[in-house]
Write a new protein. Structure first.
Lengths: 360, 267
């Protein structure tokens, strides 16, 4: 049985539907992520799971029990807030001990658990400090230790890495994965940062306008997005309007003035369908225009711009029909890596099995 | 940075204007003369007269009792009002709580007088009516101070407490109250001070049997200003000073605008 079931949950604020008939379940031990742009309803959903808000329709079921009549303090669910919400008048120790005190555990028990929790997040030497004396990363760890100390069934994390700088963020991501694996508590993580979601999660629900657009494992979301929104939101993607000309063992697509390409077959797609062809920049090869390519799909264009990122260079190529295409060239491949200058004629190409056609 | 001499001078003048009369009052309370006109010699006589003045002692007892009770009630009710205004953002409550602060005291005094007499009869005025009246106008001050304190606070702190297993009452006792403590203490002190020196409202709501210090001083001044009044004023000043010192010890951030949460201690 699933640990948490969200059954057909809807939440409205006046005319605005924040969460629209959402339905999914989370398994015990899972690192589950709600991903979406701001205003997509992910935080509202999280607040309903925590008990700060109630659904207008549907039910939230934890361990087989409907939580509707359970106030936040009675739910075996804890939250790590975006602002951390540490109690400013309490020391690190007192903050971490708070949930145990509320559960009326004995003094010795509390002392022992706080000690091991401090060790777990490497804050032994900060036990008697106040939150304002800590760095952002340290505050983050206190919030995590406090949320996990009495082993909730579920830990909710509301964009907890949002306030950290890039370097610290990456470090905290690694710590977060290790912590979740060691403790085995189920995590529901809310974020708008797709890279973070891909790196951390077992499964991701991509939300938009209060609905779940796609719920899948990270590689499936990235590799086989179900629709335009998901393709565009997860990672970088090239999109081109396309019409299906033939659908047998593969799809033959017309890209308008650009010409024809071959794309992987998708169930339910038939000749005459219109939509977009999407392909990731790293699936597109780029070489000098005079060099031949073995790929069935290829076009010659001109370099419009490039971004040198260090490990890779992203080239933006003007296609003959005026559209633009991004191609990624790794800088590590010896001999193969080569720079193109602005205006250089280049050949972009991709394999028949690369990319996806998405109907409108 | 150097300030201009003009700024220094005007600041000195303003403070002199504020404090010199107080200093004069204190000095003349030790003057061995019945008049506040010239210095004759040092004496403690006026304090002796004051301590033996039964009417004055009775008035002081009344004033302290009223101020203490009214401050206590106003602090409890005002804190509740402040929290309610912050949390539920009601439309009418702020107006209803803050209007007594802006309303002319004489209006408040007359309306309370009419209310008490018409509701509880001609002999209604007593110590109790004064306490009720003082509580009424003090609530607003406490509410404003408490609400201001809550305004800058991260709401999720209170949600976090609930989330981590605290009932609403424990959240209030362990999180909300400690965080608003400086505001509550400041509100209580302000109420105490406002009550102990209130004349106008007390004049209308105190019956004949309930003289307070301001009422008694007024009666004395009508006859003649003796240095006994100076002695009394000096004692009241000391009491106020004492309260401010207590406040600064109990809640240092009442006097210093120390911030509760430093923005960033990132290292």
């Amino acid at each position: 049985m699933a640990l948490l079931e969200i059954r057909n949950v809807t939440r409205r604020f006046d005319d605005f539907v924040a969460v629209d008939h959402v339905d999914f379940s989370v398994n015990a031990g899972e690192f589950f992520t709600l991903l979406g742009p701001s205003g997509c309803g992910k935080t509202t959903l999280l607040r309903m799971i925590a008990g700060f808000d109630l659904p207008d329709e549907g039910s939230i079921i934890l361990d087989g029990i409907d939580l509707r009549d359970t106030p936040p303090e009675k739910r075996p669910v804890h939250t790590v807030f975006q602002s951390y919400a540490l109690f400013p008048h309490m020391t690190v120790e007192q903050n971490i001990a708070f949930p145990l005190k509320m559960a009326r555990q004995s003094e010795e028990e509390i002392r022992a658990k706080v000690k091991s929790a401090l060790a777990q997040v490497a804050l032994n030497d900060r036990a008697t400090r106040y939150p304002h004396e800590l760095s952002g990363g340290q505050r983050q760890r206190v919030a995590l230790a406090r949320g996990l100390i009495n082993r909730p069934r579920l830990l909710l994390l509301d964009e907890p890495l949002g306030a950290l700088d890039a370097k610290l963020r990456e470090q905290m991501q690694i710590e977060l994965i290790a912590l979740q694996r060691d403790i085995g508590v189920t995590f529901i993580f809310v974020t708008h940062a797709q890279a973070e979601a891909l790196a951390l999660s077992h499964r991701i629900a991509v939300m938009n306008h209060g609905r779940i657009e796609q719920l899948d494992e990270p590689d499936k979301l990235y590799g086989a997005p179900k629709n335009r929104f998901v393709a565009d939101f997860i990672g970088n993607v090239n999109m081109h309007d396309a019409t299906v000309q033939a659908a047998d063992t593969a799809l033959t697509l017309s890209l308008g003035k650009l010409g024809q390409i071959t794309a992987p077959l998708r169930a339910g797609v038939k000749a005459g369908d219109t939509g977009v062809f999407v392909i990731r920049p790293e699936q597109v090869s780029i070489r000098a225009a005079q060099e031949p390519s073995p790929d069935p799909n290829q076009f010659v264009g001109a370099v419009n711009d490039f971004l040198y990122i260090g490990d890779v260079t992203t080239y933006i190529v003007d296609l003959p029909d005026g559209e633009r295409l991004e191609a990624l060239l790794p800088n590590s491949a010896p001999g193969r890596a080569k720079f193109f200058e602005l205006g250089d004629p280049v050949r972009v190409s991709w394999k028949a099995e690369a990319g996806t056609f998405l109907t409108n | 940075m150097r300030r201009s001499p003009l700024l220094w001078t005007s600041a000195a003048l303003v403070y002199a204007f504020l404090y010199l009369p107080l200093v004069v009052v204190v000095i003349f309370s030790f003057n061995a003369s019945k008049l506040n006109a010239e210095w004759v010699g040092f004496t403690f006589d006026w304090y002796r007269v004051l301590v033996n003045d039964d009417a004055m002692i009775a008035a002081a007892k009344n004033s302290l009792l009223i101020a203490f009770t009214a401050a206590l009630l106003a602090t409890i009710l005002g804190t509740m009002a402040g929290i309610a205004m912050h949390r539920f953002r009601p439309k009418l409550l702020p107006f209803m709580t803050l209007t007594p602060l802006a309303m002319p005291e004489i209006l408040l005094g007359v309306s309370l007088l009419i209310f008490f007499i018409s509701t509880f009869g001609e002999n209604a005025l007593s110590l109790l009516t004064v306490i009720v009246a003082h509580t009424t106008f003090c609530i607003g001050f406490v509410a404003i101070i408490v609400r201001a304190r809550l305004t800058g606070m991260d709401e999720s702190i209170f949600e976090a407490a609930r989330d981590l297993g605290a009932t609403p009452w424990r959240t209030f006792r362990l999180i909300t109250l400690p965080l608003i403590k400086p505001a509550v203490i400041a509100g209580a002190l302000m109420s105490f001070t406002l009550s102990i020196d209130d004349f106008v409202i007390t004049f209308f709501t105190a019956g004949a049997g309930v003289p307070t210090l301001p009422l008694t001083i007024y009666t004395m001044i009508k006859i003649a200003v003796t240095p006994e009044v100076n002695a009394l004023s000096t004692l009241m000043m000391l009491l106020t000073l004492f309260l401010i010192i207590i406040a600064s010890k109990v809640a240092p951030d009442v006097l210093q605008s120390k911030r509760l949460v430093e923005d960033d201690a990132d290292s």
